[in-house]
Design a protein around this ligand. Sequence first.
Ligand code: GLY
Length: 423
Amino acid sequence: MKVLILGSGGREHTLAWKISQSDKLTKLYAAPGNAGTAEVAQNISISATDFKKLGQFVQEEGIDMLIVGPEAPLVEGVADYFAENESLSHVKVIGPKKAGALLEGSKDYSKKFMMRHNIPAGASKTFTLETLDSGFAFLEMQKPPYVLKADGLAAGKGVLIINSLEEAKASLKEMLSGQFGEASKSVLVEQFLDGIELSVFVITDGKNYVTLPEAKDYKRIGEGDTGLNTGGMGAVSPVPFADEAFMEEIDKTIVKPTIEGLTKDGIDYVGFIFFGLIKVDGKPYVIEYNARMGDPETEVVIPRVKSDLLEVLDLAAQGRLDEAKIEIDEDFASTVMLVSGGYPEAYQKGKKITEIDQVQDVIPFHAGTTFSELGEVITSGGRVIAMTAKGKDMNEALQKSFAAAETVKFDQKYFRKDIGFDL
Ligand code: GLY
């Protein structure tokens, strides 16, 4: 099979690394990819949201499967574009159409989906600038901390947790006045859930699903989970507090009802679902859905999958996922993300990355990397490279990830030295 992966982050390098090991693969491409995907795939200089150019390339090269990494092309309708175009409709697209991607693209829609299908989640109410006064009144009835969530995609920055009522009111007004552009034209005021978070992933064909290993990511820039939110500074899998009984509870009360909900709502969904969950008093609740894999969770989840991922995705695309068997490695996996100094605020790019050939017993998954004119690997983003390692226990995996994080060099490198600290 000829496969094209859309995206350019650590998630896409990890997917490319795994797919490149499949006997079913004849040729692998990444659009646009990064310096890491270039090791296992041919990078194509087309944006993941330029559907017309992607369609032309897919037709010319005879691509059989399109795997969509990030949310933007899904929410903008890449799967619909392929399904509606006669010369592309035979392509197996891993990623839902717009209707399914709304689970991630609209927090208001996804909350209503959860309520409609009795899926445990925090209560919420949605407001616009026209209903700002009701929003203030609603905030006054809540207890702190106050959770404000932009309805649309806001690059992981659209959730504010605020302790003071006055600040929450001011933030609600600011968000609705365009703080996050179109994404915060509607804002959810949501019940605060106090617990510990984890991420659960499935691949589904819309009726059947296979569950991938769970993971926990570390979102804040500072140690002890402090400071600004980032795309993710590291991750571990498995998650020690997610024992068999808890995972069964998640399956029964969240995963199954979600897949059945998609069927009941007439949404045909092929791809990944990422359940952002929180454990509160021993029970799982959904914080959010994503219509894709997580990043950096993919960097620890996929290396634990022993089965041929391309075979599983091919079965999903054919609606035959009930025939899939997925074998999971018992080992622990950890990843530590090296980022550019200053991230998630302003940072510099174009820094030469060295000593990467010196790392031992890790898989370096590239995120924000590219090639200089001289062919050197240089930084091109805030999150630069993730050091994934495996071990018989969490500690062994983490020690290898941290050692590699120290070894690799680039100017103003930063990483968190406490990934896994709370487990
Ligand atoms: N790590 C969180 C995300 O991918 O959205």
